[in-house]
Design a protein around this ligand. Structure first.
Ligand SMILES: Cc1cc2nc3c(=O)[nH]c(=O)nc-3n(C[C@H](O)[C@H](O)[C@H](O)COP(=O)(O)OP(=O)(O)OC[C@H]3O[C@@H](n4cnc5c(N)ncnc54)[C@H](O)[C@@H]3O)c2cc1C
Length: 513
């Protein structure tokens, strides 16, 4: 057996061996992984940092809340840090690996029961390992009139990880954290906290009423290291009577300003209810094409080249992907409003009837109805080499902000020879620009360049007042700095109060004791 060489910080080999023996008593031999070969999936990352900077000391697979509590007791005794994961597919943000090396990954994917479902209230109570596929199958098998709201990452990932990371989906329930309700959290002390009304004996409202009494604590356990979430309530969207997805095609790069302005107003007024995605052509192109097959110039793909490539194929540079939901009458009335809104915009309004069969459209159409597929993984063939890092700055949903951030993003990426691939996820008042920085991880010079480029993006967007809503394990500290020193200190004080030995996920979101 090839034993792991990375030790938890300030823990001797002998102490680590004793801790491993204790973990094995709790979890069973097979569920304590220190073998290099079995540890490989927990170590493999896509983000622009060398693997050793995020190498775990081992992995622990827990199957119950009691096991999580017992594991934390051992961690506390030996001061061994654990990095909890739910389904562990945080691709482009760190996959399953920890922010700083020497932690034990605490894998909760076998805690994967759908514990409760309420058909009247549309609520479920989930364990962390439940995947979107499982939830979809549960719904399909029972023919339940509800939709899920998964991410572009497809069916393998899960609602608990997505909600805790405050990830994005594409139905009207696309704000994942906002549609969660009630958490069970194991604290570093081993105590089990239930948020909202979950602490009331015989409560029935844990998954339907968010706030309970006193401070609302749920936010403290998202993107944080203050506890380990072992159950999460989720709201499901009732299947609408009518679903009308559409695309508005814009032919020019600078049309993004107009596209955002119109989409934002329709979002604000509730005509478009779902997270509208204004996708850039290169992002969708990369699902199906290899860069080397279509682009042979040096440097990043230029606007001019892309325009010339798209024109003969009658493909747009930007596409607004949105949908209408509700009764037939409501959708018909909303459709008239949409036609009117885009009438003089220069954008071409296309419906399912005109687009059916186009593979990129079929993917978008499915996503906005909560249907998941693996189409977006085609991205990884664009450059090859397995490097990916999502850059996701947030801004006001205004046309000029889109123009400014598009130009800034493109100019920084171009300096390093990387392509601008992404889109704007438009809400009623804010929007997120999501760019996938794709690079060849197997090429050390390109890995280094991607690291520098990502750091520059954070710095330069930060200097203009744009913070990212989430980041990968290599840049958590740098992003925390953008949000100011007081937020950092307050986070640290909370950390010290709840986890004085710093055993849960040190470094997550830049928070340490
Ligand atoms: C092609 C592609 C498309 C993508 N599209 C989207 C998209 O549309 N929207 C989007 O938001 N993301 C997207 N992603 C990013 C990412 O892959 C997903 O967000 C994915 O769902 C996260 O992985 P997971 O659900 O397995 O979470 P996990 O990996 O299980 O968890 C993520 C992190 O949350 C914390 N955490 C997890 N569980 C717990 C717990 N029980 N207690 C405490 N902390 C915990 C940990 O820090 C962990 O590292 C995409 C990725 C790819 C490759």
């Amino acid at each position: 057996m090839n034993e792991i060489t990375v030790l938890p910080p300030n823990v001797s080999k002998a102490e680590f061996a004793r801790a491993i023996a204790e973990y094995r008593k709790i979890l069973g031999n097979h569920n304590v992984i220190v073998d290099m070969e079995r540890l490989a999936p927990y170590k493999k990352i896509m983000v622009p940092n060398p693997e050793q900077q995020h190498a775990p000391a081992g992995a622990l697979i827990a199957e119950s809340v009691e096991q999580v509590q017992a594991v934390l007791a051992v961690c506390s005794k030996y001061r061994i840090p654990v990095w909890p994961i739910s389904t562990g597919k945080n691709f482009g943000y760190g996959t399953a690996a920890p922010a700083v090396p020497g932690q034990m990954v605490l894998d909760l994917k076998r805690m994967n029961k759908i514990l409760e479902f309420d058909p009247v209230l549309g609520t479920v109570l989930l364990e962390p390992g439940v995947t979107y596929q499982q939830l979809q199958t549960y719904i399909d098998e029972r023919n339940l009139p509800f939709w899920i709201a998964g991410p572009g990452a497809g069916s393998l990932v899960g609602p608990v990880g997505q909600s805790l990371e405050r990830g994005i989906g594409y139905t009207p329930y696309g704000d994942h954290f906002a549609h969660s309700c009630g958490m069970e959290v194991v604290l570093a002390s081993g105590e089990v906290l239930r948020t909202g009304s979950g602490g009331i004996t015989n409560t029935k409202a844990w998954q339907s009423h968010k706030y309970g009494y006193g401070p609302v604590l749920d936010g403290l356990f998202s993107q944080s290291n203050f506890g380990i979430v072992t159950k999460l309530g989720l709201w499901l969207m009732p299947a609408p009577a009518t679903y009308k997805p559409f695309l508005v095609a814009f032919a020019n790069h600078e049309d993004i300003g107009k596209a955002v302005e119109i989409t934002q107003q329709l979002r604000l007024k509730g005509v478009i209810q779902n997270t509208a995605v204004i996708g850039h052509a290169l992002y969708a192109l990369a699902w199906f094409a290899r860069r080397a097959d279509i682009y042979t110039e040096p440097g990043s793909v230029t606007d001019e080249w892309l325009t010339n490539f798209l024109k003969p194929k009658r493909l747009p540079v930007w596409g607004v992907n949105a949908a209408l939901y509700g009764s037939e009458e409501r959708v018909a009335a909303d459709w008239k409003t949409v036609i009117e809104a885009f009438k003089d915009s220069g954008g071409m309004l296309l419906t399912q009837e005109q687009l059916g069969g186009d593979p990129a459209w079929e993917h978008g159409k499915g996503l906005m109805a909560g249907r998941l597929d693996m189409v977006e993984y085609g991205l990884y063939n664009w450059r090859g080499g397995g490097g990916s890092a999502w850059f996701a700055p947030v801004m006001q949903a205004r046309g000029f902000e889109a123009l400014k951030t598009m130009r800034l993003g493109k100019s920084i990426l171009a300096e390093y020879g990387f392509d601008f691939m992404g889109g704007y996820m438009v809400n009623p008042r804010d929007m997120t620009l999501v760019i996938d920085l794709l690079f060849d991880r197997s090429n050390p010079a390109e890995l280094q360049k991607a690291h520098e480029c990502f750091g520059r993006l954070i710095r330069e967007f930060g200097a203009q007042g744009y913070g990212v809503y989430r980041t990968n394990i290599a840049f958590m500290e740098q992003v925390a700095d953008i949000y100011g020193p007081v937020k950092k200190i307050v986070n640290q004080r909370i950390k010290r109060a709840l986890d004085p030995k710093g055993i849960i996920a040190p470094g997550k979101s830049g928070i340490r004791i």
